[in-house]
Design a binder for this molecule. Structure first.
Ligand code: AMP
Length: 210
């Protein structure tokens, strides 16, 4: 089984959902830079204050900040059976930095059309405590407004609001899409259709990581 896996794909393509399943069902450690930054924002740390100025507009947090953060997390983990990188790398510079830390086995690219991404992001609701994600129509919580897993009040991320979503997709195309080429050249890419039933997509994910 592949152990070091990068989840690629635009915002809203299902990286968090599939990454979470890889964690809970197959025991991978999931490292999400977005979750780390949101936690820092909530805790009001220096990192959080800096990151917020970028995140609010859908821009990328500077490479040196993200690379430093990720290196610390990887080193703190020690030896683990496998890591899922969710939302990192997002630039070629970050991918090169990751290659210096460890050997990426697979970049899993989730393919979803723009109109579906917009519909998913703007109707997404998130749990502030356990980071579970829901969709108002396709994956609603059992009890309205409450997280199924921990009962916390769900919220809409500021950057999931209409105005910011379009910018995030542009930022993705400009900065992150080149990574598809980067990992294709390295012979490490697998592209999957990211539209459809969450569990059916997960079955495809499991096939490519074998
Ligand atoms: P996400 O939860 O992965 O959609 O990330 C939310 C926001 O956090 C992004 O829009 C960026 O502002 C920031 N962010 C997360 N990961 C990265 C990264 N690898 N590089 C730069 N900015 C990031």
């Amino acid at each position: 089984m592949k152990s070091m896996i990068v989840l690629l794909g635009p915002p809203g393509s299902g990286k968090g959902t599939q990454g979470e399943k890889l964690g809970t069902e197959l025991g991978y450690v999931r490292l999400s830079t977005g979750d780390m930054l949101r936690e820092a924002v909530r805790n009001g740390t220096e990192l959080g204050k800096l990151a917020k100025t970028y995140m609010d507009s859908g821009a990328l947090v500077p490479n040196d900040v993200i690379i430093g953060l990720m290196k610390d997390k990887i080193n703190a983990l020690g030896k683990v059976p496998g890591i899922i990188f969710d939302g990192f790398p997002r630039t070629v510079e970050q991918a090169e930095a990751l290659d210096k830390e460890l050997n990426v086995d697979l970049a899993l690219n989730l393919d979803v059309a723009d109109d579906i991404l917009i519909e998913r992001l703007t109707k997404r609701r998130s749990c502030p405590d356990c980071q579970a994600v829901y969709h108002l129509v396709y994956n609603p919580p059992k009890c309205e407004g409450k997280c199924d897993k921990c009962g916390a009040e769900l919220y809409q991320r500021d950057d999931d609001k209409d105005a910011t979503v379009k910018n995030r997709l542009e930022v993705y195309r400009k900065n992150t899409l080149p990574l598809v080429d980067y990992y294709t050249k390295a012979g490490k890419i697998a592209t999957l259709n990211g539209v459809g039933d969450i569990n059916a997509i997960f079955e495809e994910v499991k096939k490519v990581i074998q």
